[in-house]
Design a protein around this ligand. Structure first.
Ligand SMILES: [Zn+2]
Ligand SMILES: [Zn+2]
Length: 174
């Protein structure tokens, strides 16, 4: 284990899927939107955003489930094929390069408390937010909230995604 306590391991209920989060995530969202409430059957979702190449599958083969999302563009949720627990997902914005890991599936979920509370406009009224943690009614501006090292990682990731897109697009015949 490194100085900052990473990597961390996690998995599903039936243990068919095991994974490792290699480094600290970019940012941890506690999302109070109605979609996350439905998907968890609870009051909010806790998602650690991380570059997908910093997630290592240690065992099993998760199944990709296309799921509707608030934006209409959909969310791709990776689930255990046996117990169907959701492990991480991709949203249309960043695509498969960024994974939103369900913090509750980590062996030590206490290690990743929220960096921000989002979509608090639909927060269930009994949930009392802690003082000192940013909370916004809907989404937020990364430039304003992410720590400098996450901003740098995010910029590197965006550059890589653009380069890959450029390489994949067919050459203009003219
Ligand atoms: Zn399972
Ligand atoms: Zn949400």
């Amino acid at each position: 284990m490194s100085v900052d306590g990473f990597p961390l391991e996690g998995g599903c209920d039936c243990k068919a899927i095991r994974y490792r989060m290699e480094t600290r995530p970019l940012f941890v969202h506690c999302c109070h939107c109605r979609w996350c409430q439905r998907e968890t059957g609870a009051s909010f979702a806790l998602n650690a955003m991380i570059e997908s190449d910093r997630l290592t599958l240690l065992g099993g083969a998760p199944t990709l489930v296309d799921t509707p999302s608030a934006s209409g563009a959909g969310q791709q949720i990776w689930r255990c094929p046996q117990c169907c627990v959701a492990l991480w997902s991709h949203y249309a914005g960043a695509g498969s390069a960024v994974s939103f890991v369900r913090v509750g599936t980590l062996d030590e979920p206490d290690r990743l408390p929220p960096d921000i509370h989002i979509f608090t406009a639909s927060k269930q009224p009994w949930v009392v937010l802690p003082p000192g943690i940013p909370a916004v009614p809907e989404y937020y501006d990364r430039a304003q909230h992410w720590p400098p090292d996450s901003q740098a990682r995010g910029a590197a990731l965006r550059a890589r995604i653009q380069a890959e897109k450029a390489a994949a697009s067919p050459r203009n015949p003219e």
